[in-house]
Ligand binder design. Structure first.
Ligand code: ZN
Length: 296
C-alpha cells in the first residue's frame, strides 16, 4: 500500500501521520463524511470493473448509437437479457455492508448502477448513473421494472439458447460488464419489447457513455457532498468527469478528500489520504477500529 500526505485544509485539524490506515481513521473520526463509490466496491460481488486491469475487452454502447438505430437496440437488449441472469444474482459484499450505519457517514453517491448499496440497506443513496433494475421510456418517460421487462423479453425470445456463444452452457461473470451487458454473438433476430404505456423506445435507466446524468440527480449529489467536511472515494479511478467533478468541487471548497482505490486515480493530487487498497478490506478494518473505540 502507498499513502500520500498533503497539506490539510485550514478548516480541519491536521491529519496525524501514524501509518496508512491510521490516517484514514483520524481523518474520519468525529467528522461527517460522504462516500463516493465506483466499480471497485462491487468487484467483490462478481461485477467486473470494465476500467480495471482485468476488464473484458469490449466497447460500451454510446447513447447516440442506442437511440438512433434499432439494430443497435436489438443487439443491446439481446446482450442485456443474457447478462441479466447473472447480474441479477449479484449480492452486496462486505464493503457495501460496512457502509450501512457507518459512524459519521452522511450519505453515499455511487457511480454504480447495480443497486447493491440499497440492497445492503443503505438509505438515501444518490445513484448518479441510474439503476440497472429500472427501465425508462424515451417517449413518455415512464419508469418500469427491469425484472418485468426480462419476463417480456424472454417470452418474445424463447429460443434464448440460440443466442449463447457456441459451447457456452452459461455466461460466466467474465462475460459481464457493470452495465449488465454480456457478450452475445447472434442478435439480428432478437425481438425488442416496446413501452407498454405508449409503444415508445425503452432504455435502461442508466447513463450511457455520451449521455449526461440527470440534472436533479447531479444537484442532489452536490448537496450531499456539501453537507460534510470530508469526501471519501471508494473504488473509483475517477476516469470520467461525472465522478471527478465532485472530488474537484470538494477540494476547491476546502473539504478533505480521501481516496481508497487499487491503482492510480485522476484526483490523487487532491487527496489528503490516499490508500492503494481494496474497498472491502479497508472498510472492514475501519468498522473494526470504530467498534474497538466504542468499547474502550
Ligand atoms: Zn412510453
Amino acid at each position: 500500500m502507498t499513502v500520500r500526505h498533503r497539506v490539510p485544509t485550514p478548516s480541519l485539524p491536521p491529519v496525524t501521520v501514524r501509518g496508512e490506515h491510521a490516517d484514514l481513521v483520524s481523518l474520519l473520526t468525529g467528522r461527517r463524511w460522504v462516500a463516493l463509490t465506483g466499480a471497485g466496491i462491487s468487484t467483490d460481488s462478481g461485477i467486473p470493473d470494465y476500467r480495471g486491469p482485468s476488464a473484458p475487452a469490449s466497447t460500451p454502447m454510446m447513447y447516440d448509437e442506442f437511440v438512433s438505430d434499432e439494430a443497435n437496440r436489438r443487439r443491446y437488449w439481446a446482450r442485456s437479457m443474457l447478462g441479466w441472469q447473472s447480474f441479477g444474482r449479484a449480492v452486496p459484499n462486505a464493503g457495501h455492508r460496512a457502509l450501512v450505519g457507518a459512524p459519521g457517514l452522511a450519505g453515499v453517491v455511487t457511480q454504480n448502477v447495480d443497486g447493491l448499496h440499497e440492497a445492503a440497506g443503505s438509505d438515501g443513496v444518490v445513484d448518479l448513473h441510474g439503476r440497472i433494475d429500472r427501465v425508462v421510456c424515451l417517449s413518455c418517460r415512464t419508469f418500469s421494472s427491469r425484472a418485468e421487462l426480462q419476463r417480456r423479453l424472454q417470452a418474445l425470445n424463447p429460443d434464448i439458447d440460440g443466442y449463447l456463444p457456441a459451447g457456452a452452457a452459461e455466461l460466466d461473470s467474465a462475460r459481464l460488464r457493470p452495465d449488465g451487458d454480456a457478450v452475445v454473438e447472434q442478435w439480428q433476430d432478437f425481438a425488442v419489447a416496446p413501452c407498454e404505456a405508449c409503444g415508445g423506445v425503452l432504455k435502461p435507466d442508466v447513463v450511457f457513455f455520451g449521455e449526461s446524468a440527470r440534472k436533479e440527480v447531479v444537484e442532489k449529489a452536490y448537496e450531499l457532498v456539501d453537507s460534510a467536511p470530508v469526501l471519501v472515494v471508494l473504488g473509483s479511478s475517477l476516469t470520467v468527469m461525472s465522478g471527478l467533478r465532485f472530488v474537484r468541487h470538494a477540494a476547491r471548497s476546502g473539504r478533505s478528500v480521501a481516496i481508497i482505490n487499487r491503482g492510480p486515480t485522476r484526483a490523487d493530487d487532491l487527496a489528503a489520504v490516499r490508500l492503494d487498497a481494496g474497498t472491502s478490506e479497508t472498510l472492514l478494518a475501519l468498522r473494526a477500529d470504530w467498534s474497538r473505540s466504542l468499547t474502550t
